[in-house]
Design a protein around this ligand. Structure first.
Ligand SMILES: Cc1cc2nc3c(=O)[nH]c(=O)nc-3n(C[C@H](O)[C@H](O)[C@H](O)COP(=O)(O)O)c2cc1C
Length: 286
């Protein structure tokens, strides 16, 4: 079917909407006048009538320092040290202004098994696990309360590396949360205090008003110690049972090395190797 689209302005409940009507589907957008927001919506709609050729987008994958991830060249047979080597390598690159190296996708699932995924910032890692901070009453917090199994995914496009981590989360001690809380800028503390993360709110104005109210009430206080940590804000550590280190290759034969605990109940194959500190590792087909 040929797509035929028309763009027009309509008014609903006193607000102007820019609408795209086509024989395939109808879309409606709030029209905010000649602001960058309105212009970007128009640009988006222009692309609607000419679908992007996403299927032909393809980047050549090749790590500039090491063409292959080979067992003999792994930085460590302990996945924590392996992660540390890759993380430091990426963090040391000065040309990665567009990448937030410690941004990581966190997957949880609710009590019905429905998975859900969002970005968080990794705040620490050590030989126990990978830590981040959030609102215990948020969607992810409630998910982890019901099901402590979770996963993390790092992707660093400029080196074509992906790291998958699966395991179980535990809450961090409150002392760690207090310590980190006061290292955050006061505006972040105010934002976290007034935001019931994942709850439905009436508007942006509502959030601004709550933040302003708290900001005013603490303006006489020392900004270093003002705004105590709310009880619902704290940290988690993901304690891994499994890691996978992936390095992209342009011929689709990517490198994948999986580490798992040697006592995880999975049978070892003839291609399973003994790693360090209670881990085994094996290469997976890409
Ligand atoms: C790069 C990036 C980093 C983020 N870091 C955090 C974080 O450290 N903690 C957090 O609670 N939300 C963080 N967020 C926001 C979350 O992605 C998410 O919107 C929020 O936590 C609510 O998720 P939930 O409703 O699934 O609980 C971050 C978002 C982005 C894009």
């Amino acid at each position: 079917m040929n797509r035929v689209s028309r763009l027009f302005i309509s008014r609903v409940a006193g607000r102007r909407f820019l609408s795209l009507r086509s024989n395939v589907k109808q879309r409606q957008f709030l029209f905010a006048g000649r602001t960058p927001v309105a212009q970007s919506k128009v640009a988006f709609m222009a692309s609607e009538s000419t679908p992007l050729e996403i299927h032909s987008w393809r980047r050549a994958y090749m790590n500039a320092e090491r063409p292959y991830l080979l067992e003999a060249e792994m930085p460590s047979k302990d996945p924590f040290l392996f992660f540390d080597a890759w993380f430091r390598n990426v963090a040391s690159k000065t040309d990665l202004s567009f990448e937030e190296v410690n941004a990581v996708a966190l997957a949880t699932s609710d009590k019905n098994g429905q998975p859900s995924c969002r970005m968080v910032l990794l705040k620490a890692y050590d030989k126990v696990g990978f830590s981040f901070y959030t609102n215990y009453c948020s969607k992810k917090g409630l998910d982890m309360e019901a099901n402590p199994k979770a996963a993390m995914l790092f992707f660093w496009p400029s080196v074509h590396w992906q790291v998958r981590i699966e395991g179980v989360v535990e809450k961090l001690p409150l002392a760690a949360a207090d310590e980190y809380w006061f290292k955050r800028p006061i505006d972040s503390r105010i934002g976290s205090s007034v935001s019931e993360q994942s709850a439905v709110v009436p508007s942006r104005d509502y959030l601004n008003a709550r933040a302003n109210e708290l900001r005013q009430s603490v303006q006489e206080h020392d900004p270093k110690t003002a705004v105590p940590r709310p009880a619902h804000w704290g940290g988690y550590v993901l304690i891994p049972r499994e890691f996978e280190f992936w390095q992209g290759q342009s011929d689709r034969l990517h490198d994948r090395i999986r580490f798992r605990r040697s006592d995880d109940g999975q049978p070892n194959t003839e291609h399973t190797h003994t790693g360090d500190n209670g881990w085994v590792y094996e290469r997976l087909a890409p």
